[in-house]
Design a protein around this ligand. Sequence first.
Ligand SMILES: C[S@@+](CC[C@H](N)C(=O)[O-])C[C@H]1O[C@@H](n2cnc3c(N)ncnc32)[C@H](O)[C@@H]1O
Length: 293
Amino acid sequence: MHVPIMVSEILEVLAPKPGEIAIDCTLGYGGHTQQILPRLLPGGRLIGLDVDPLEQPRTEERLRSLGFGPEAFQIHRANFAGLPRVLAAEGLTGADCILADLGVSSMQIDTPSRGFSVKTPGPLDMRMNPNKGQPASALLGKIPTEVLETLLRENADEPRAAVLAARLAGRKFFLTTELAEAVRNALPKIPEDDRDKSVRRVFQALRIAVNDEFSALDTLLRHLPECLSPGGRVAILTFHSGEDRRVKKAFEAARHEGRYAAISAEVTRPTPGECHANPRATSAKLRWAKRSA
Ligand SMILES: C[S@@+](CC[C@H](N)C(=O)[O-])C[C@H]1O[C@@H](n2cnc3c(N)ncnc32)[C@H](O)[C@@H]1O
């Protein structure tokens, strides 16, 4: 089941109003879009982006069935790194509200054939767009040990990167569960809970590499100030330190250069109640920035 994260906090930051233009950079199931879009009406519209060719048609059908017609809601199968091109294609010079809810969706994780699940066997793929790039199995099969070690450190802060890289690099794994088992076997003296954390970090590091996630995020962050209309607001939800560090640094640098009028001083975290009801929210951090009016 998909539950959008920190909805009320995001609505407070973005403050969407009738007649405004919003961009959802990570449409997913459309959970956030479904909350933002009615607040733009009448007169406004929302443009949703996603790279996933499998989920996007389902999301479009669902949102259309809720009554959001093509005049209010447009969809682009596009990487958010190309946001300026999407705006130009829509005849826009900027948006009033921009949201990015980073990472993978629950539908992607919960579909074993997509290869994101550490628990249910599926092909070790992890591509958000299965028509582009190489699956995680191919990456792992030919990666040099030192490169994998760096990737585990930089993409997931894995404390046992050296041991794991030495055991995993260059090996052929066909199933997600084979890789998870190999990670556990590589750490025999470590408590069960810590081994499970390493499994999740190895998956995260590979997913980020396979989908070139940091490079897409860095490009989005560079373009964001010029993609906002005067007075425009952006909110970004991150789920691990590698993402949050990038957002924090980019917001601070753009604020310093006067490209943003204000940025969040601290991250906002989900309430304990939300984390209890939706454990996937637990690691979420929200940051925002505003352009001067
Ligand atoms: C956490 S989910 C978003 C969930 C959405 N906010 C909702 O409420 O349903 C992230 C989505 O962003 C997409 N995505 C990840 N990186 C992307 C990128 N660089 N460009 C466009 N879409 C991306 C994924 O395919 C996934 O569907």
